[in-house]
Design a protein around this ligand. Structure first.
Ligand code: SF4
Ligand code: SF4
Length: 382
């Protein structure tokens, strides 16, 4: 395993695995639902641990609030000082009447720990930032840090460059977590975010290196291009290597959902080779080719589902719709759409829009769901 030195003000120099375990896409009992399959998920954690992964990242809302208690149990059998644990303050749980310290205490109980090695303000965008400011979150978390309950304080980010600039200039952070992959650096603002954090000397944890799985299988032409260079390596391995090749990135979080993904990622990071110049330009060609096909950037995080007053299954609908946009295959589309429960369908969306501010990818969800409903009408599909 590749390890990186993280210079922590409170812990000294610590060695963190270049591959981190993201605990938001663990194996589930029923595909498409949230309940964790404890046995399979524990196998995933155990294999990651035995393969040298020592960084585990979770959050309150992952798996419909099931991830933290699971991670607490799964890691509980290992010495607490043999791994680094990261979790987050999610502003939307403040709405439930809990204060910052109450939420923190609740997380300590759920994760069976006195302290968190890494603690983040979750999913910062303009709305979340203003909620956290109202709750005086930064000062309260800084107090917990002074008491040794938080070792390193950071934030995960899904906002504008202006907001990032404000966060960097107004507060002191030990690290930051950004969405960083070869699609978002080439076509989004990820490279600018990376450069701003580097200039400020803030170490970076990468999230969504495989963009919710969408960079694990590109379009045929892009796949062929990458396979021509490294026939025995997975398409995902390119995304992991890409993110891990950047200076200042101390871990690359992968939301591993099965043992095969864990093995593939461990093998990529155990015999780590940074991308060569030639590979970088090949990847950039593959990304350009894939971009033509990749029109809806949903990463399947399911935050929109946490707030939907109906039971609309937006991530599944967008996945099916993306498939339609790629090949316009009516029978495939009909088959997938008909497999949804009626409550999950696009027609159930009232257009209330509360999901939009929760979406880290700023997807115009109600507009897309309306498009899907119109498509269904034109196909006479109920
Ligand atoms: S806009 Fe539609 S999908 Fe979004 S929260 Fe409202 S009902 Fe749910
Ligand atoms: S639509 Fe947005 S919030 Fe919903 S699952 Fe996709 S990326 Fe996440």
């Amino acid at each position: 395993m590749k390890y990186n030195v993280f210079k922590s003000k409170s812990m000294g120099d610590i060695s963190i695995s270049g591959l981190g375990m993201g605990c938001m896409r663990l194996p589930v009992i029923v595909p498409g639902e949230e309940d964790i399959d404890y046995k399979r998920a524990e196998e995933v954690i155990d294999r990651a641990y035995s393969g040298g992964v020592n960084y585990y990242d979770t959050a309150i809302g992952y798996h419909d609030k099931g991830s933290e208690p699971f991670v607490g149990q799964a890691l509980g059998k290992y010495p607490r000082d043999s791994f680094y644990l990261a979790t987050k303050l999610s502003a939307w749980f403040l709405d439930e009447g809990r204060g910052v310290e109450d939420i923190f205490k609740w997380q300590q109980e759920r994760l069976k720990t006195d302290y968190f090695d890494f603690y983040l303000c979750h999913n910062l965008n303009d709305h979340v930032y203003s909620e956290l400011k109202k709750a005086d979150a930064y000062n309260r978390l800084s107090n917990l840090k002074k008491k040794g309950r938080i070792k390193n304080l950071g934030f995960s980010f899904h906002g504008s460059l202006e907001l990032l600039d404000e966060l960097i200039s107004k507060y002191e952070w030990d690290f930051a977590q950004i969405q960083f992959n070869y699609l978002d650096t080439q076509f989004g603002s990820a490279m600018k975010e990376y450069e701003m954090l580097r200039r400020a000397g803030i170490p970076i944890a990468v999230m969504e290196p495989v963009r919710g799985g969408s960079l694990s299988d590109l379009c045929d032409d892009a796949n062929k291009l990458l396979k021509s260079k490294r026939p025995n390596e997975s398409i995902s391995s390119w995304a992991i290597r890409y993110a891990a090749s950047f200076d200042g990135v101390f871990t690359v979080l992968s939301g591993m959902s099965n043992i095969e993904q864990v093995e593939d990622n461990i093998s990529t990071m155990s015999d780590f080779k940074p991308l060569t110049g030639e590979e970088k330009s090949l990847l950039s060609k593959a990304a350009a080719c894939f971009k033509e096909f990749y029109t809806i950037p949903c990463t399947d995080c399911r935050y929109c589902m946490d707030v939907c007053p109906n039971a609309v299954n937006t991530p599944k609908l967008l996945k099916i719709y993306r498939g339609w946009k790629l090949d316009k295959n009516i029978s495939e589309y009909t088959k997938h759409y008909s497999s949804l429960d009626s409550a999950e369908k696009a027609e159930e969306c009232s257009g209330c829009g509360v999901c939009v501010e929760k979406c880290p990818q700023s997807i115009k969800i109600p507009e897309l769901l309306k498009e899907i409903a119109e498509l269904n009408k034109s196909l006479d599909l109920k």
